[in-house]
Ligand binder design. Structure first.
Ligand code: HEC
Length: 146
């Protein structure tokens, strides 16, 4: 009985982690190809080069390149941690949505895709903070599986 109880407790503790099977490859990449690639794909400059001349790239509809799992993580929990969440968020009830939110698709699709990104990062981990304000604990909560 004792053993059974501890097994059940263990299961309960790991359940949220097991339940988040949202992965970059299976779920995020297809949305990215459909909605983000034309501006953030292989023909876009990498972050360092983008930052040398952001205005000019913006005029060409090019943002920094995010065409791999690693280069996307750069904006999730890397040097520019939190930026992806700020840009994709719908702003909740009264806030302004991030400026990439509208690229998530039309109407229902947009909401579904936002929900998918949230699931991938982790519902608990989804925060709207500037990179400099993000803590180690914030980063550790982020799932964002490959
Ligand atoms: C029509 C072109 C276009 C599309 C489509 C687009 N973006 Fe962007 N994105 C840009 C440009 C240009 C910038 C840089 C200007 C700025 O920061 O707003 C940018 C900036 C960003 C940034 C901030 C990067 C930084 O360092 O400033 C993130 C994160 C981002 N986009 C994510 C996405 C995601 C995710 C998608 C798909 C859902 C997407 N974008 C779709 C053009 C686009």
């Amino acid at each position: 009985m004792h053993k059974l109880l501890s097994v059940m407790l263990l299961l309960a503790a790991t359940w949220p982690a097991l339940a988040n099977e949202t992965t970059y490859r299976k779920h995020i990449r297809p949305v990215w190809e459909e909605q983000c690639e034309r501006c953030h794909g292989a023909s876009a400059p990498d972050y360092a080069n983008f930052m040398k001349n952001p205005r000019q790239y913006e005029l060409d509809d090019k943002g920094p390149r995010m065409d791999s799992y690693e280069s996307l993580l750069f904006f999730v929990k890397g040097p520019e941690a939190g930026l992806l969440m700020l840009r994709l968020d719908d702003g909740g009830r009264d806030g302004q949505p991030g400026n990439m939110y509208r690229h998530l698709g039309r109407k229902e699709e947009r909401k579904e895709n936002l929900a998918l990104f949230k699931k991938w990062i982790g519902e608990e981990a989804w925060i709207l903070k500037k990179t400099g304000d993000i803590t180690q604990e914030d980063l550790q909560r982020i799932t964002a599986r490959e």
